[in-house]
Design a protein around this ligand. Sequence first.
Ligand SMILES: *Cc1c(COP(=O)(O)O)cnc(C)c1O
Length: 369
Amino acid sequence: MPTHVWDYLPEYENERDDILDAVDTVFRSGRLVLAGSVRGFEEEFAAYHGMDHCVSVDNGTNAIKLALQALNVGPGDEVITVSNTAAPTVVAIDAVGATPVFVDVRAGDFLIDVDQVEAAVTARTRCVLPVHLYGQCVDLAPLRRLCDRHGLQLVEDCAQAHGARQHGRLAGTVGDAAAFSFYPTKVLGAYGDGGAVVAPRVEVADRLRRLRFYGMDGAYYTVQTPAHNCRLDEVQAEILRRKLTRLDRYVSGRREVARRYAEGLGDTDLVLPRPNHGNEHVYYVYVVRHPRRDEIIERLRDYDIHLNISYPWPVHTMTGFERLGYAEGSLPVTERLAGEIFSLPMYPSLPTGLQDKVIAALRDVLATV
Ligand SMILES: *Cc1c(COP(=O)(O)O)cnc(C)c1O
């Protein structure tokens, strides 16, 4: 049996009765779009975060895009973010007509270097968009102060950080909006696509509801500002409601997998992830570093272990974003990390036997690279 970094099938076998019951509940409800399951999930996801508003959408990319639009970020505006992220963070900024402006990250935690943000602020900056990468929160207190000082919007990309906390505070509760993805691999994953925006202000939530529904106010069949259709499906919403009740268990399962990696690999020359002080890491992916990364990945194939890299190409080096004008070498830490990182299998239902196999194979390979 090949081993991959992610697999949902063990979890499905554990939860199958509940998942099938969720599907059946929706199919028998007589309402298939924007009905009780979507409303219920939105209320419960907002409540989980202690926030007043949650608006669900069809995926995480649209969650970011609509969050920006709801905060009036658009053409001519600059959005400060990072290049070492899933490309959709940047695709969403591009999609609203704004210009992504990249700052470098810190080598220790892969997160935005908050100290470099101030220098990137220009007269056109409208928004700062930090990414809680790999499941660990960016230090938001100084970013919040900076945004308030310059009159900027703060949008959190929480696609990798469901349930992550910093000094006890959940990811998604500091920004003017926070975007979540429920893509199946995520810490809270649907059985298909899904996304949501959590926001503290009612006018932002109202705008989000129009933006996901053709630009209409729910009750009135008339459009003021045309928009697309970005609704979350009732079936995915009902599955997400069920899984939300288990989110804290998924997180502790991931932490346990991380603990076993640290125990099994702590004495090797792999650089393992280490949570920053005050951070509760949720290990969306378990990213390690080694200068001979490519050789290690290659050799592990002999053990039928197939690892991947999150992410092999920083966004500013992609052909599609050449026009942004970032030369090679312009984000040195980001570029160096991209050449050394790789991800080990990580999901809460990872069988311990499989994890032991990965640890043993890695120890074998590391002894001779
Ligand atoms: C997954 C992800 C997204 C995009 O979410 P989709 O639901 O796949 O559209 C955006 N940002 C980050 C950091 C992600 O990991």
